[in-house]
Ligand binder design. Structure first.
Ligand code: DQQ
Length: 574
């Protein structure tokens, strides 16, 4: 390149910088040439879901603005109306009476003001006193800076809230020379909560260098927001915090509580979505509302090697208080594990996990997650297996259910621990351990579990399994979702996922529930103590050619205490 040209380029970028123009930074891959490519999607669609949320076509990502209004559940989500890759982002909108069947509406929020002209990114709903919903969301302005905006319903008597109006005062929060907020990393406002001084608080994800930040703003009227002198929380070395979520959980019982509640009856949860690793991790701690300080409990790990909602593919999640059923519900995005070329071929990308009821475990140390009970009304063709011993090396087929669209709940009892391998103290990374000791690696006590979306001869299968090790003074349970044989198509991401499960197999049975839905395997270990979601694309094990097996590839026998399996009926999804 000629010297004059290099100087010219340098000057060009210098001028851009001096005008404060920020390069658009999304956490998503940006394929500019594909963002508006409408593919002629093939008629053959073996990977579309039967009961997990997805729109008829195109790209979706984060759930947004979840809430109940006049007895109806509202789900908004990040959506590209023009193609199967991320881009052209608007807030699409669907509503439901049961969190299972969904009715689509026109996109609720799309670029129209300077404050969001380059995109309407993630945000959350707050129900204001009197019951009026208010949406705070991130907009991308003409300089590609990330700013925070407000939208409210146009017609409060419409239970479907089909039209939204934006505040003429937008943007309400923005990076300035004074506040030095990073203009390319300032996004995803939470549901706001009221502090003891009756002022609203909201946090927004951010970073400075590698320091993740939950920047706190306060307001008396929900329109004029003032930045607090310190963030609610910050941590070195984590990178950008996307989609923060901050809420109280009751110390006792499974009921959800209002986001503004604080006091001795609750603990607080701070969830962060780590842009660098695409993992949602959380800490449990306490929140001092008068000083606006959140302190994670002793022993909490503030990174994704700590507690995660899900140890598979699950991101940008958000909770809301379900005032109809008095519970807190968690929704999250399951991205594809297929190639972009395959996504364009199928004409869509992204689904949502089944909404999960969440509550604090009795230990007070972690959350428990369970698919909302409403999903059970899709169950059909109930199949059971009598309690039986599963010898080492056995594979037993479960017949009578549609294995490509099923709900399977199994529990194992361990009668002898003799052959359990000793856990090497250096084996601290469960995902790594699972990838080294997948389903095909014979063990002592395990691997045992389910082979789902399996072809007849097992050349394709996804294995959801346990292994039990002898730890220093207790048994350690490893839960894995092994995708390595999930498809003969080599172009997919087949990463194996893993988690340690806080269950004592000496005194408790070991349960596993998997929600299987064509290209989704969403698994709940130990009654919801650890969850692993995976996306898989079998080529043989599709529709009626999919099979379901129980297996044990350890040398020790284990007992199937009970097995319940159902075919799942189709939900009405958009
Ligand atoms: N997705 C949105 C952002 C958010 C990211 C953009 C997380 O607001 O940070 O589509 O997936």
């Amino acid at each position: 390149m000629a010297k004059s040209c290099i100087v010219g380029l340098y000057l060009f970028f210098a001028v851009l910088a001096s005008h404060g123009i920020v390069e658009l930074q999304a956490s998503h891959h940006v394929y500019r040439n594909l963002q508006t490519v409408q593919s002629s999607a093939s008629a053959d669609q073996p990977y579309r879901t039967g009961y997990h949320f997805q729109p008829p076509k195109n790209w979706i990502n984060d759930p947004n603005g979840l809430m109940v209004y006049k007895g109806i559940y509202h789900l908004f989500y990040q959506y590209n109306p023009k193609g199967a890759v991320w881009g052209n982002i608007v807030w699409a909108h669907s509503t439901s009476k049961d969190l299972v069947n969904w009715t689509p509406h026109e996109p609720a929020i799309h670029p129209s003001q300077p404050g969001d002209i380059n995109g309407c990114w993630s945000g959350s709903a707050t129900i204001l006193p009197g019951g009026t919903p208010a949406m705070l969301y991130t907009g991308i302005d003409p300089k590609n800076s990330q700013v925070q905006n407000l939208a409210v319903p146009k017609n409060l008597s419409d239970p479907y809230l089909r039209e939204w109006v934006k505040s003429p005062k937008n943007p309400l929060m923005q990076p300035t020379a004074e506040n030095k907020i990073n203009a390319s990393s300032f996004r995803d406002p939470t549901t706001a909560w009221l502090g003891p001084d009756k002022k609203w608080r909201v946090i927004i994800g951010s970073k400075i260098d590698r320091r993740g930040l939950a920047i706190l703003f306060k307001s008396k009227d929900f329109v004029n927001w003032v930045q607090a002198p310190t963030p609610l929380r910050a941590a070195e070395g984590t990178g950008m915090w996307e989609c923060p979520d901050f809420y109280p959980v009751s110390l006792r019982g499974r009921n959800g509580v209002d986001t503004s509640l604080n006091g001795p009856s609750v603990k607080h949860v701070l969830k962060l979505s780590l842009d660098d690793t695409k993992h949602d991790f959380y800490t449990v701690g306490s929140y001092d509302g008068s000083r606006d300080v959140y302190t994670p409990d002793k022993g909490s790990v503030e990174s994704d090697s700590g507690l995660r909602y899900d140890y598979g593919k699950y991101y940008a999640s958000k909770t809301f208080l379900d005032s109809i059923k008095n519970r807190r519900v968690l929704c999250g995005w399951l991205n594809e594990s297929s190639s972009v070329a395959d996504d364009i071929k199928k004409g869509w990308a992204g689904v949502h996990a089944i909404p999960r009821h969440i509550w604090l475990d009795k230990s007070g140390k972690q959350l428990i997650q369970w698919p909302v009970v409403e999903i059970e009304k899709l169950r059909a063709n109930h199949v059971t297996l009598p309690s039986k011993l599963l010898k080492g090396g056995s594979v037993v087929e479960v017949t009578g259910v549609t294995a490509s669209q099923a709900d399977v709940d199994i529990s194992f009892e361990i009668t002898s621990f003799e052959k359990a391998e000793v856990l090497d103290p250096s084996w601290t990374n469960p995902q790594l351990l699972c990838s080294q000791k997948g389903a095909s690696v014979k063990g002592g006590l395990g691997p045992f579990g389910l082979l789902v979306l399996a072809s007849k001869g097992l050349s394709e299968n996804t294995a959801v399994l346990f292994r039990i090790f002898k730890g220093q003074n207790k048994h350690v349970v490893l839960m894995c979702s092994d995708q390595s044989r999930s498809s003969l198509n080599q172009n997919n991401d087949k990463t194996t996922y893993g988690a340690f499960l806080d269950v004592d197999p000496l005194h408790q049975s070991l349960s596993l529930r998997s929600l299987i839905d064509h290209s989704i395997v969403e698994s709940f270990g130990g009654g919801g103590k650890a969850c692993i979601s995976a996306r898989v694309y079998p080529t043989l094990a599709i529709d009626n050619a999919a099979h379901l097996f129980v297996f044990n590839n350890g040398s020790e026998a284990v007992k199937i205490a009970k097995l319940n399996a159902w075919s799942m009926n189709k939900a009405k999804i958009n």
